[in-house]
Design a protein around this ligand. Structure first.
Ligand code: FES
Length: 321
């Protein structure tokens, strides 16, 4: 069985907001089209796009529509009262007919081929699972979704998913059932299940902890807020092989900032190690990985690093930049 994944793209294009609709308490669904009706870039379940909402206001949102429909890109956005302004801009300022730029789609959370999937969603973390579940279901795989949220009315897509897939979907509103029993759910999962988890940090942390004790399960998760960075930051040198520059990175600056100051063109978006836009190949040296998205195997391989947050273990790194 093959579940299609497409390579990431870094396309930057103008779209217009064709439709917006409130789909749960504090959640709006947005549908973007090209102003001239052209096709949008292809994407696969798990992909996200950057919305360029204004100067310094770039936010990543998972695509939640149908990858087979290239005329529209859909995202769902939760209003986050303690956020940094992106979701409030979407809710309070962005209106139907407005034009803005988007970047991507980029996929750091692809659906691997598996015979059996278990999806664990917390709150707005349901969004990447909507197209993933459709793909898993169409592939003929066994799958289950456990979906936790504060209250039933705050849980976007809950009714649609229940209606479409019935008992494969377990809704777990916290005000009635408490927090998702992650250990209990994973404890009864079959070996070789691909476990996908998306939601708030405490849910991701429990899933990581539970899967560490259950080696038969393969855990895939996506973070939209960074893991806490621990450990001191010290200065080092970075050689940018393609640019022919060697730069000093002081302890209070990132490689990304130092490269930008030197006039080296580098793509970036979240600047906190969660989106993958600044991923850069490593030619020599050992990175001190501080991002929130590379897997343990990818970190150990040391082939690439996120230069917005990651640093060097030694005195020098050489990057393909
Ligand atoms: S800019 Fe997002 S990971 Fe570096």
């Amino acid at each position: 069985m093959t579940v299609n994944t497409l390579p990431s793209a870094d396309i930057d294009l103008e779209v217009l907001l064709a439709h917006r609709e409130t789909i749960a308490d504090g959640v709006v669904r947005l549908a973007f089209r090209r102003p001239g009706g052209e096709l949008l870039p292809p994407w696969a379940p798990g992909a996200h796009v950057d919305l360029l909402l204004g100067p310094g206001l770039v936010r990543q949102y998972s695509l939640c529509g149908d990858p087979g429909d290239r005329s529209v890109l859909e995202v769902a956005v939760l209003r986050e009262h303690s956020g940094r302004g992106g979701s409030e801009f979407v809710h309070d300022v962005l209106r139907t007919g407005d034009r803005l730029r988007i970047r991507g789609p980029r996929n750091n959370f692809p659906l691997v081929s598996a015979d059996r999937y278990l999806f664990l969603a917390g709150g707005i973390g349901i969004t990447p699972f909507v197209p993933m579940i459709a793909a898993a279901d169409e592939s003929g795989a066994e799958w289950e979704l456990y979906y936790g949220g504060r209250t039933r009315s705050s849980m976007a897509f809950a009714e649609d998913l229940r209606q479409k897939y019935g008992d494969r979907v377990t809704l777990w509103p916290q005000d009635r059932s408490g927090l998702l029993d992650v250990h209990g759910i994973l404890g009864t999962a079959f070996e070789d299940t691909a476990v996908y988890c998306c939601g708030p940090e405490p849910l991701l942390a429990v899933a990581e902890q539970a899967c560490a004790q259950l080696p038969g399960l393969g855990l895939h998760l996506e973070r939209f807020s960074p893991k806490e960075i621990t450990g001191p930051s010290t200065g080092f040198d970075v050689e940018l092989a393609r640019s022919g520059l060697t730069l000093a990175v002081p302890d209070d600056r990132s490689i990304l900032e130092v490269a930008e100051d030197a006039g080296v063109p580098v793509l970036s978006s979240c600047r906190e190690g969660t989106c993958g836009t600044c991923e850069t190949p490593v030619l020599a040296g050992v990175p001190d990985h501080r991002d929130s998205l590379l897997t343990a195997d990818e970190r150990a391989a040391n082939d690439t690093m996120m230069i917005c947050v990651s640093r060097a273990c030694g005195r020098k790194l050489v990057l393909d930049l």
